[in-house]
Design a protein around this ligand. Structure first.
Ligand SMILES: C[S@@+](CC[C@H](N)C(=O)[O-])C[C@H]1O[C@@H](n2cnc3c(N)ncnc32)[C@H](O)[C@@H]1O
Length: 255
């Protein structure tokens, strides 16, 4: 049975995400994706679009991009921020599995390591095949991965944000690491405090799967992608090494 509290990005999580990483907040990804996509004419799709941190600056660069997300709370932030800027696009409720198949997409992008939210590699393989079938010939699938070493990382410290009279906190506790499955599950506890009193709390069981670079290339090739390129830390031409923080994968569909 599906775990309703897993990776759900509820109201407090969406508020914290937007406070911590507002629209345009970049790890180097916003500029990198903008540069890759500005060379592309056709439509682009971003599943797991979230608050629009990346999508909105891309729309502002004139890129024809739409997106989906399973979290209505994250989509609400995205819709409000698009409206505030007078930007129009299509935003729908959906998961990685529901990438639209009728748009002849020129690119599908998944920044911020969000593909790692799918912990079953068989489901990921299915998503890779769905992405490939949604792309036009020559279309590109561009996504980011954290290093495999993240599996062994210590817990993040407690975090705190102030928003007017509200204080929001997030604490993370590692529930388990499965080195065989390359997965972690953490309990993310979000709290909203006002005048020293707890108003609301939310639990997100945050599950991730970390990928080896070779296995992701093999999985993409098995899904029918002809050419797979790996780029280190948003620097075109930089090889992935043991010190790489973010690996960007660019898989191209060709007949
Ligand atoms: C880290 S946020 C990334 C948001 C945005 N792409 C960015 O780069 O800022 C991850 C997003 O993945 C979404 N998500 C969680 N599970 C998902 C799934 N199975 N399919 C698609 N999206 C999912 C969450 O709702 C959340 O908005």
């Amino acid at each position: 049975m599906a775990d309703e509290s897993q990776n759900r990005y509820g109201a407090l999580a969406a508020r914290v995400y937007h406070l911590d990483k507002p629209i345009g907040h970049s790890f180097g990804d916003v500029e990198f994706y903008g540069d890759v996509l500005s060379a592309i004419a056709g439509p682009v799709f971003e599943p797991a679009v979230g608050s629009g941190r990346v999508l909105i600056p891309l729309l502002e660069r004139g890129i024809n991009i739409s997106g989906s997300d399973p979290s209505n709370e994250m989509l609400d932030v995205c819709r409000a921020e698009c409206a505030r800027r007078g930007l129009e696009t299509t935003l729908s409720v959906g998961t990685f599995e529901s990438i639209p198949q009728d748009l002849e997409l020129s690119a599908v992008i998944i920044p911020a390591g969000s593909i790692q939210l799918l912990t079953d590699p068989v489901r990921v393989q299915h998503v890779f095949a769905r992405v490939r079938s949604a792309l036009c010939d020559g279309g590109q699938f561009v996504f980011d991965l954290d290093p495999l070493s993240t599996l062994a990382q210590a817990e993040a410290p407690a975090r705190c944000w102030t928003d007017g009279a509200d204080t929001l906190t997030m604490t993370s506790a590692l529930e388990r690491t499965d080195y065989a499955a390359q997965t972690t599950v953490s309990q993310l506890r979000y709290e909203l405090w006002r005048n020293g009193e707890l108003q609301h709390t939310e639990l997100d069981r945050f599950a991730l799967r970390f990928w080896g670079t070779n296995e992701v290339v093999l999985a993409l090739e098995a899904a029918g992608f002809a050419h797979v390129e790996l780029i280190a830390d948003y620097t075109p031409g930089r090889q992935v090494t043991a010190d790489t923080v973010t690996t960007t994968v660019i898989a191209t569909k060709s007949l």
